[in-house]
Design a protein around this ligand. Structure first.
Ligand code: ATP
Ligand code: LTN
Length: 338
């Protein structure tokens, strides 16, 4: 391993809006864990983003610790990577304000996540929900990030981040590094909802059967896969358009076992859906078992979790402030060193 300053910088985050799903793991977390070896990784618990949907204070606090414990249980190593809570580093909010003045309303109006969430939360379409992608751009640009490993649903936000960075640099010189998204390199770019396989599996899906949580008990996982929606064609082949449920199960089986799609099709070619469902459930249980065990080891040690976040924030703050000062200077604001 080389010194951290020589390695390309990676930034990513997840919202403390509930336990992680298999989608979060296969689309993002698993890639994060692998990247730690070769990259200078910064992983954030993005609590300020979670506030765009109304949160119960006690539950939010619980979710913050739970997500931190899940990061560790998945294999994020706070000695190797920087792990911190977004609200602990003020520069995120500060840069978000500045970047909002370089982002057009029309650009934000086009964001599909905004349109979806506005639809889901019609009584609370707050301005934060609208400017959410600007805060995300600030998260990424503060650290001169090179790679951003995310699920496919975040692609549009990444494109906006790049556009804002290029626009700013065009006006003031090379202040920000323009980041590259990394989508679905080590898993599935978009794990689908088990009940409505046209949609992505989401933490906030209405039906419990729709999503597999990393901390689900093995029996619950078997039940969810058994009840997964497929189709009436009765053949196992890979066809995302006409058989999205089967394609999703095949993708999950491949990501859980490390087999290719071709191998999956050979393996299941003469089987019925029941076998595909059972074997997928077994493979997922095998994958998640060590995560559940590790989670239980550290979830009750809140003191340790807070210590990790506090230490991570101190490291992150130094780096974030360097970029923020560059931004202030370039737009003509006198710097008050902190
Ligand atoms: P919510 O459902 O509350 O909106 P979320 O699970 O979509 O939450 P995050 O917790 O912020 O959102 O997501 C963390 C990471 O997981 C992101 O990189 C996101 O792209 C990825 N991700 C989320 N859902 C999936 C999915 N179904 N398939 C692949 N990746 C996903
Ligand atoms: N918007 C992301 C979470 C997120 C993020 C980030 C991901 C906030 N800031 C910076 C990568 C980099 C989501 O909803 N999944």
């Amino acid at each position: 391993m080389t010194a951290s300053s020589d390695r390309p910088i990676v930034f990513s985050g997840a919202q403390p809006t509930g336990q992680l799903t298999l989608g979060n793991y296969m689309g993002a977390l698993r890639t994060w864990v692998r990247m730690q070896q070769d990259y200078d990784c910064i992983f954030c618990v993005v609590d300020l983003h979670a506030l765009t949907v109304r949160q119960d204070p006690a539950q939010l606090r619980h979710h913050i610790f739970e997500l931190t414990a899940l990061y560790l249980a998945c294999g994020i190593d706070p000695e190797q990577s920087t792990v911190f809570l977004q609200s602990h580093v003020a520069a995120h909010s500060e840069l978000a304000w500045l970047l909002a003045t370089f982002t057009q309303m029309g650009e934000l109006e086009r964001m599909t996540q905004f349109k979806d969430k506005a639809q889901q939360h019609q009584l609370n379409i707050n301005a934060g929900l609208f400017t959410y992608p600007v805060l995300m751009a600030a998260d990424i640009l503060l650290y001169q990030t090179q790679r951003v490993p995310v699920g496919e649903d975040q692609k549009q936000h990444l494109e906006l981040t790049r556009d804002v960075a290029v626009r700013f640099n065009g006006l003031y010189g090379p202040v920000f590094r323009v980041p590259e998204p990394l989508i679905g390199t080590d898993g599935v770019a978009r794990v689908k909802d088990l009940q409505e396989p046209s949609k992505k599996m989401s933490k906030s899906a209405a039906s419990e059967l729709a999503r597999v949580m990393l901390l689900d008990e093995p029996e619950a996982i078997v039940k969810k896969f058994k009840k997964a929606v497929t189709d009436t064609l009765g053949v196992i082949q890979y066809d995302e358009v006409n058989q999205p449920g089967v394609a999703n199960l095949l993708n999950i089986w491949c990501a859980a076992t490390g087999h290719s799609r071709e191998e999956a099709l050979n393996h299941f070619s003469h089987n019925q859906y029941g076998k595909l469902k059972m074997e997928t459930a077994e493979a997922v249980n095998y994958l998640l078992q060590p995560i559940r065990e590790k989670f239980l080891e550290n979830i009750n040690n809140q003191e340790l979790l807070l210590k990790i976040l506090t230490k991570g924030a101190a490291k992150a703050r130094v780096r974030a402030d360097q970029t923020l000062e560059k931004v202030w200077e370039s737009i003509g604001l006198p710097i008050a060193r902190r």
